[in-house]
Design a protein around this ligand. Structure first.
Ligand SMILES: Cc1cc2nc3c(=O)[nH]c(=O)nc-3n(C[C@H](O)[C@H](O)[C@H](O)COP(=O)(O)OP(=O)(O)OC[C@H]3O[C@@H](n4cnc5c(N)ncnc54)[C@H](O)[C@@H]3O)c2cc1C
Length: 375
């Protein structure tokens, strides 16, 4: 039963967490990053690489929200499937953005020290409509020279994208945090921004004066930047995970237009998420407690894959979706930049846009942002 679980993830079971103090004095820096998920950490690292002094703060612990509680799928492109992205952005821009996400993965992979597995990710579909869409996805990627194969095998029918992969979300964030600290970024946990204005972030323990402020609080974006209340909605996503299972799910996968997704870890444990399409109203919430209804849905999905192992975890976390289905990555008030609303797939886009925003702050332009937003 769902209530037997404590909203903890399998990713916390085998991780060595780094710990950072809470801020207890006023500080003055070039750049302050609010929110230390993967997006904020990547932005902080990049700002340090570019010579800025940086402070990063998180209301809780590093990767305590979605960045450490997600499915760990590392997918190129935007939340749209590539063929849909071509319709939304136009073929030329969609191809540029897709290439930027491939480049981002190539940048990040060496930093992860073997924590990522580039096994290719499957998109399977179970209906004629789904398979027709998977074919359109395949054809658009092929047409534009990106890697994709047809798949018809033990894991179903669809396409496999060989350049996609999976990783351990908390390990990724810990690796980023270690590197950021080595680069001189000062990181503070249990330090919530209580107000963010141009050049100033107030916390209970001290005021941070900063030329640039980057708010990377995805699921909490509208809370930290009330300017973004219109058009950004909080959504709960849920997952369950099992003890090691004898099944072999070679490829991490998503199905049903990406609503359901899973990966099997090298130790045989399976993590599966999704089901939001059946519970759209209840999952538009900022309450991160997992629910019995989603547990039952995910359990059924899991057993349908042939996994019989005991279920050991059930958890949820909050992300942001935007009404225009595009991420937020822009200056919200002078010197304050908002980043988030990745519409469910922020593992690659989030870190890529974090890096891009830093370039935009420093140089007044970023190729990634102009390709993405067409400005
Ligand atoms: C169950 C689930 C499965 C998912 N699966 C996938 C997947 O397989 N692939 C994929 O690409 N995406 C996936 N996503 C989405 C992805 O996890 C997120 O888009 C991404 O992790 C967002 O990272 P982030 O660093 O931008 O934000 P977050 O990880 O949300 O980090 C924001 C941080 O801001 C902090 N914060 C909030 N308020 C304040 C404040 N006032 N002051 C200071 N700090 C504050 C929070 O404590 C948090 O640590 C999934 C999400 C969930 C929930």
């Amino acid at each position: 039963m769902s209530h037997a679980f404590k909203n903890s993830t399998l990713w916390e079971d085998d991780v060595e967490r780094l710990h950072f103090p809470a801020l207890n004095q006023d500080v003055e820096v070039d750049s302050c990053v609010v929110g230390l998920g993967a997006s904020g950490l990547r932005a902080a690292m990049h700002a340090a690489e570019r010579g800025l002094t940086v402070v990063g703060i998180d209301a809780g612990v590093i990767a305590g929200a979605a960045a450490g509680r997600n499915g760990g799928l590392m997918l190129a492109g935007t939340a749209d499937f590539y063929n849909d992205a071509c319709e939304r952005l136009g073929q030329v821009r969609a191809a540029k953005v897709y290439q930027h996400t491939l480049d981002e993965m190539a940048h990040v992979l060496p930093l992860l020290e073997g924590n990522a597995r580039m096994t290719g990710v499957l998109r399977t579909e179970e209906t004629d409509e789904g398979l027709a869409q998977a074919t359109a996805h395949f054809e658009a990627l092929r047409r534009d020279g990106f890697a994709v194969e047809k798949y018809d095998g033990p894991q179903g029918k669809g396409i496999v994208i060989p350049t996609d992969g999976s990783f351990h979300p908390v390990n990724r964030a810990m690796r980023f945090a270690r590197l950021a600290a080595q680069m001189g970024v000062r990181l503070f946990e249990n330090t919530a921004a209580v107000s963010v204005t141009s050049n100033e972030v107030r916390t209970a323990g001290g005021v941070i004066s900063a030329k640039h402020v980057l708010v990377a609080t995805d699921g909490f974006l509208r809370r930290v930047l009330p300017e973004l209340v219109d058009g950004v909605r909080q959504v709960r996503l849920q997952m369950i995970a099992t003890a090691p299972d004898a099944i072999e799910l070679k490829h991490p996968s998503y199905t049903h237009f990406g609503y359901d997704y899973w990966q099997q870890r090298p130790d045989g444990r399976v993590a599966i998420g999704g089901g939001r399409h059946h519970f759209k109203t209840s999952e538009f919430t900022d309450d991160d407690r997992p629910t019995q209804a989603l547990y039952e849905y995910l359990e059924k999905r899991l057993r349908g894959l042939g996994v019989t192992a005991e279920i050991t975890h059930h958890w949820a976390a909050i992300v942001s979706y935007s009404d225009n289905e595009q991420p937020v990555a822009r200056e919200v008030m002078p010197g304050v930049w908002g980043l988030g609303a990745f519409n469910g797939t922020g593992n690659v886009i989030g870190t890529m846009l974090g890096r891009a925003l830093v370039d935009q702050m420093i140089d007044g332009r970023s190729q990634i942002l102009s390709d993405f937003f067409g400005e």
